[in-house]
Ligand binder design. Structure first.
Ligand code: FES
Length: 381
């Protein structure tokens, strides 16, 4: 999740500057760290139509949205992606495609460029073909590399996004070398966040602190060597930070996410929180959902913060952390994020780290994102 520390909207009158459209949860890959819901397969028949997405785009522009990410699942699985990009561009959005690269042929890329696509964020997990393919559960490596080459060939600004976990943290050195050869200017090593599929696989995925420090040293060596020719981001797992992340720059501050069924949310994971009503643009106008809905108002601003956050000098920087993580770890989304060392629940994080460190000696298979995988996993345990 983003970690910027500006743009806090305390009153809900702010603008949803960052619009994220999850066009579909369908995806050809089976990543064990996927942040889509565990019941992703139930959304296929409820996806918004082309015209409904266009109405969302119009309404979001009216609210002041500027930056737009088409994401998923795999957004390339929508046949109307070019049409939606073209429409978004025509009404003033800066458009970004967030993709696995699977399905990004040269023909498709040129059509997207002609439609007005400005930026591509492409994910890659490893430089070794067998490792990428094993991690994503499909023969994807060669397709991803070809997609990266095409994106560079056609002059798009591009971020290479590398989700980092125990199985690929040793790949960072080779990954930067490969990216430098291809002329990639931005690479983000994002230690994954533990929600949904990643949370189910946390004991197997989380790297040790030693691995994280080693990876950080590798990144720093490359930063020195490459200077300004490449910007390398390295996002440390919040389980090891002692400080919570400023998740989404605060709840309902500047981020607006639309799920495939048109449900408007302050973040991609919000549906894990029980007791809140998740309404779609099919139910209510987007402006009402953003400004007025109980969902967006629930944790907006700082007044609702519990102690110790309420009297903390850091509260305007981290807003008490992540609501979804607080819910998933403590059972109550109103609690201080346990990633914070001041949280009375911080032991949940340190215990999880201890468990995962022990688990490094045994190797359980990762649970792959696929229909029915959750119930099978529960039956097996
Ligand atoms: Fe952080 Fe939902 S993922 S608030």
């Amino acid at each position: 999740m983003p970690k910027e520390q500006s743009g806090l909207s305390l009153d809900g009158q702010g603008k949803p500057l960052w619009l994220s459209l999850e066009l579909t949860y369908r995806c050809p890959l089976k990543c064990s760290w996927c942040n889509n819901p565990l019941d992703f397969e139930d959304y296929g028949s409820r996806e918004l139509s082309t015209d409904e997405w266009k109405a969302v785009l119009r309404d979001a522009r009216d609210l002041g949205a500027l930056q737009l990410g088409f994401t998923g699942g795999e957004p390339l699985l929508r046949d109307d992606l070019e049409e939606l990009v073209g429409y978004a561009d025509s009404i003033g959005f800066y458009t970004n495609l967030i993709t696995s690269g699977i399905g990004l042929t040269e023909e498709r890329l040129l059509a997207l460029k002609a439609a007005g696509l400005r930026h591509v964020q492409l994910s890659l997990q490893a430089t070794q073909p067998h490792l990428t393919d094993a991690l994503v559960g499909a023969r994807a490596h060669a397709l991803k590399l070809e997609a990266a080459r095409l994106v560079k060939k056609h002059g798009f600004p591009m971020v290479l996004n590398v989700p980092v976990f125990r199985q690929n943290i040793g790949e960072i050195d080779a990954m930067v070398e490969w990216a430098a050869e291809l002329g990639i200017e931005y690479i983000e090593f994002a230690n994954i966040q533990y929600y949904n599929w990643a949370l189910m696989n946390r004991d197997e995925l989380m790297p040790s602190l030693e691995q994280v420090r080693e990876a950080e040293a590798v990144v720093n060596r490359w930063r020195e060597k490459l200077g300004k020719s490449m910007t390398i981001y390295f996002v440390i797992p919040d389980y090891y930070e002692g400080r919570p992340k400023a998740c989404m720059n605060g709840w309902g501050a500047i981020h607006l996410t639309l799920a495939p069924d048109g449900v408007a949310m302050p973040c991609q994971e919000a549906r894990v929180i029980p007791g809140l009503e998740f309404l779609s643009v099919r139910d209510k106008p987007l402006a009402w959902l953003w400004h007025e809905s109980p969902l967006f108002r629930k944790y907006r601003g700082l007044d609702w913060l519990p102690e110790p956050c309420g009297s903390c000098s850091e509260k305007e920087k981290d807003f008490g952390g992540c609501r979804c993580q607080a819910l998933l770890l403590t059972g109550d989304a109103s609690n201080t994020d346990p990633a914070c060392s001041h949280s009375p629940h911080h032991h949940l994080v340190t215990e999880a780290v201890a468990v995962t460190t022990r688990a490094m000696r045994f190797h359980k298979p990762l649970i792959k994102r696929s229909a029915g995988a959750v119930s099978t996993a529960f039956m097996e345990h």
